[in-house]
Design a protein around this ligand. Structure first.
Ligand code: NG6
Ligand code: CA
Length: 500
């Protein structure tokens, strides 16, 4: 266990001094479905990401950092609660009318930063449920982010491809006309249609799998929704809307330390970027959505520069799961890929227990505290952000809460180049990293970027040596049975109980 290093003890780091009165602002930019090599500084081809690359040039770039799971909801759950999501039932990909899965009053990343005096806000994709389940969208929707430590929220409640297709700000649907109330259903159809199933060829973007229910803005979604006509979002404007809200939060709180969790919609499906980004990559809409994501990052960076906050702001850039091509809409992501390799030579992507599922870009910029243009090969898990940032701001973690979150502040700031001793990955089943070793438990899992088919991980599981075999092609289970057994046992132990 590393020693806690509260902010006051921090004065000798780097060239500038930091006192408790100057706690750094923290901006966590969390992108959706961005793969390991989907941005320029990680090797993207066919798309330029100057803003993300600038973050890397001015900060530290990790090559072995992981979200907790290969899909959104469990990764975000772990990020905010410091608990692996598999410890709690019902933390898989949520429907758009699910109740909030983080218990009100829990110790969370935002609640700890709030305790340290931070103004806390979340803008963008949520996908952790709202209310107590099947909420009434026409009233105050509680519990929500305010009950787990966020002072402010402006949300895409679930995903861009799930109803309700409206924004929620401070527990209320934005621009709701009370005479046109909203209802949602993830079971029986509601509303008159036509639905996506009825007119697939007349849609703005055709569905390839699922996504064939209520049509909003010419695109059919998962789930049914009626009402809220005036409140419905326009996909093409979403990046502008949420970036504007993120910048407004920064402006409003520039005088005190703030924590902004800015969670982009890009590059999740449906990929419908604003017309000014269409054609700006050589990869079609998926690449154009990457350009739009990079623009969102730039908006936040420009605001920090303009307000002279960049120097005292810790910016973290990452993603919630690995890449996917066809994720349910015909947007030609596969066909137009060219020589771009979204997972950068890793096996699998979104939904996968292989490295492509969870190994994602992680860039940390904090001028004078984190080496500019640095690279870290340390093993790092996003589940550790809660304890690490709590330590940074000098808040002690309670004995209950953050069960899997380790204080890896040294790793995050580039001082420790080894990182975690072990890390569990989730994609329905589990996998385990210990140093260069990777164990994949027996399961069905995805080993490509879509669509659909799984590969079977036979008993007793797969074992890879990533130092020799980054692409997880040579299963060493038969060659190193003792190592495999040891890792299988450790995974079972960690799955049953945290070792914190
Ligand atoms: C899947 C959806 C996919 C995406 C995913 C969640 C189908 C066929 N697929 O069930 O399109 O929405 O859930 O993605 O419906 S995540 O990034 O939010 O985890
Ligand atoms: Ca995602």
């Amino acid at each position: 266990m590393k020693t806690l290093r509260p902010l006051l003890a921090f004065v000798c780091l780097g060239t500038s001094l930091v006192s408790a009165a100057e706690k750094p602002n923290i901006v966590l930019i969390y992108t959706d479905d961005i793969g390991f090599a989907d941005v320029g500084c990680y090797g993207a081809k066919g798309v330029a990401t100057p803003n993300v690359d600038r973050l890397a040039k001015e900060g530290l770039r990790f090559t072995d950092a992981h979200c907790s799971a290969a899909t959104c909801t469990p990764s975000r759950f772990a990020l905010l609660t410091g608990s692996y999501a598999f410890r709690q039932k019902g933390t898989g990909v949520l429907s758009g009318n699910a109740g909030m899965i983080i218990k009100p009053g829990s110790t969370t990343l935002p609640s700890l930063l709030k305790e340290a005096g931070y103004a806390t806000g979340v803008v963008g994709k949520w996908h952790l449920g709202l209310g107590d389940g099947n909420p009434n969208w026409n009233e105050t929707i509680k519990p929500g982010p305010q009950e787990i430590g966020f002072d402010y929220h402006f949300l895409i409640p679930a995903t861009g491809d799930r109803v309700p297709c409206v924004y929620v700000e401070q527990d209320r649907v934005v621009d709701l006309d009370p005479s046109d109330p909203i209802e949602t259903s993830y079971g029986k159809p509601i509303g008159e249609g036509p639905f996506g199933t009825d007119i697939p060829d007349q849609l703005k973007q055709k569905w390839s799998h699922g996504h064939n229910s209520t049509i909003v803005n010419g695109i059919s979604r998962i789930g049914f929704m009626t009402g809220g006509t005036k409140a419905r979002w326009v996909d093409e404007d979403m990046a502008d809307v949420i970036s504007h809200k993120a910048v407004a939060f920064i402006e409003q709180h520039r005088k005190k330390p703030f924590f902004l969790y800015f969670s982009t919609h890009d590059i999740h499906v449906p990929r419908v970027p604003h017309s000014r980004f269409v054609g700006k990559s050589t990869m079609g809409l998926r690449g154009d959505a990457i350009v739009q994501m990079d623009w969102c990052v730039g908006e936040v960076m420009n605001a920090l520069d303009r307000l002279k906050l960049a120097k005292n702001t810790l910016v973290i850039f990452s993603s919630d799961n690995g890449p996917v091509l066809d994720d349910g809409y015909v947007d030609l992501a596969n066909e137009k890929l060219g020589d771009h390799d979204p997972a950068g030579g890793l096996r699998g992507g979104k939904y996968s227990l292989f490295e492509g599922g969870t190994r994602v870009p992680l860039i940390v910029r904090w001028p004078d505290h984190v080496p500019a243009g640095g690279k870290s090969d340390a093993l790092f898990g996003q589940v550790d952000l809660a304890a690490s940032l709590a330590s940074l701001v000098g808040v002690s973690r309670p004995s209950s809460g953050l069960p899997d979150s380790r204080n890896e502040l040294d790793t995050l700031l580039g001082e420790d180049q080894v990182g975690r001793p072990h890390l569990v990955h989730e994609a329905r089943s589990l996998a385990l990293r210990v140093g260069k070793w990777k164990f994949v438990a027996p399961a069905q899992t995805r080993d490509h970027l879509g669509p659909w088919n799984n590969v079977k991980v036979e008993k007793p599981g797969f074992l890879f040596d990533l130092s020799q075999d980054r692409g997880e092609m040579t299963n060493l289970a038969a060659k190193h049975p003792d190592r495999l057994a040891e890792m299988a046992t450790l995974l079972t132990t960690l799955a049953a109980q945290s070792d914190q």
